[in-house]
Design a protein around this ligand. Structure first.
Ligand SMILES: NC(=O)c1ccc[n+]([C@@H]2O[C@H](COP(=O)([O-])OP(=O)(O)OC[C@H]3O[C@@H](n4cnc5c(N)ncnc54)[C@H](OP(=O)(O)O)[C@@H]3O)[C@@H](O)[C@H]2O)c1
Length: 287
């Protein structure tokens, strides 16, 4: 029995029947990890979903924070990502096992290819072939139970279409930048049509939402913060959402989004803020 509170957080079903909590805590490489904040999120706020990546360089520290929180592994949804420097069949398998060992876990709930482009290509091998070869390793990790679900990140429709032709398991998730200024609607529609859960990262546009007058107005109307409005908007659109914070008070704030609703007019107003900007990275030119 778990002794720590559990947040009443809705889940989204994956095509294989697993349920991913719709709201999780992000971590990242630049000032993106705090032991105290992870323990607080898990032990005090009832957070049960954490997103990380080998790239963020905090796997060992995160594994320790999870243990220190007292939350049993089975109660937690843990997503990790394979960095393009580890693409290729053998390297991908090795990297996944090394990540498990760095975090002190036996499996990941979700393991993603972080980016559609390989870091380096052996001669005569295209990005498409490298993605397919890497995906075959993830398919095996999935069959072996080391990854309970597998997916991709920053993949466009073209990358997903190619993967569908080249491989057999359809990704369970595509994790993509998503906030009021970046709403890739055709990609979201495609993912949903294909049974791929759409997960959004950088829901606060790395802080850029805070200075937006429209977001501020809606926040005042609901007596909520701009962060809560953007997180609520994202989950109300059915998007799995992973805000990052290293501050206890902000984590608490970001997870208090299940006791109010945005009305249709608010949703439409926020839906109208798309201007196409990327605050992270843009895969448009990746072939
Ligand atoms: N797959 C990918 O390629 C990819 C790319 C980027 C991100 N991600 C994932 O998505 C997660 C979130 O994305 P992100 O970190 O880029 O951006 P974000 O969540 O949109 O914004 C994080 C920034 O907002 C601040 N913040 C958080 N809550 C706040 C609040 N309530 N009030 C004021 N400031 C607040 C944080 O600072 P403090 O920490 O100081 O609170 C941080 O500077 C990452 O941690 C990572 O797990 C994935």
């Amino acid at each position: 029995m778990s002794l720590v509170p559990v947040l009443s957080c809705p889940t989204v079903p994956l095509s294989n029947g697993l349920q991913i909590p719709i709201l999780g805590l992000g971590t990242s490489h630049f000032g993106g990890f705090s032991h105290e904040a992870v323990v607080y999120a898990l032990a005090e706020c009832g957070v049960r979903h954490i997103d990380t990546a080998k790239r963020y360089n905090c796997e060992e520290r995160l594994g320790k924070a999870i243990k220190d929180s007292g939350v049993p592994r089975r109660d937690l949804w843990l997503t990790n990502k394979l960095w393009p420097g580890d693409y290729g069949y053998k390297d991908a398998k090795r990297a996944c096992l090394e990540s498990c060992s760095a975090m002190g876990v036996d499996y990941f709930d979700l393991y993603l290819m972080h980016w559609p482009e390989a870091e380096s290509l052996t001669s005569g091998c295209s990005n498409r072939e490298m993605r397919a070869e890497t995906w075959r390793a993830l398919e095996e990790l999935y069959e072996e139970g080391i990854c309970r679900a597998i997916g991709v990140s920053n993949f466009l429709v073209s990358h997903l279409e190619q993967l569908k032709e080249d491989c057999s398991v359809v990704p369970h998730v595509n994790q993509v930048e998503y906030h009021p200024f970046q709403q890739p609607k055709p990609l979201i529609d495609y993912c949903r049509k294909e049974g791929i859960v759409f997960e959004g990262y950088s829901p606060l546009a790395k802080g850029q939402v805070f200075s937006d007058a429209t977001v501020q107005q809606i926040a005042e109307k609901h007596k909520r913060t701009a962060a809560q409005i953007c997180i609520r908007w994202s989950i109300q659109n059915g998007v799995v959402t992973i805000p990052k914070s290293t501050k206890n008070n902000r984590i608490h704030e970001n997870f208090q989004v299940f006791s109010f609703q945005l009305d249709e007019a608010d949703m439409a107003t926020l839906g109208g803020l798309h201007d196409g900007r990327h605050v992270t990275w843009d895969p448009t030119n990746v072939k």
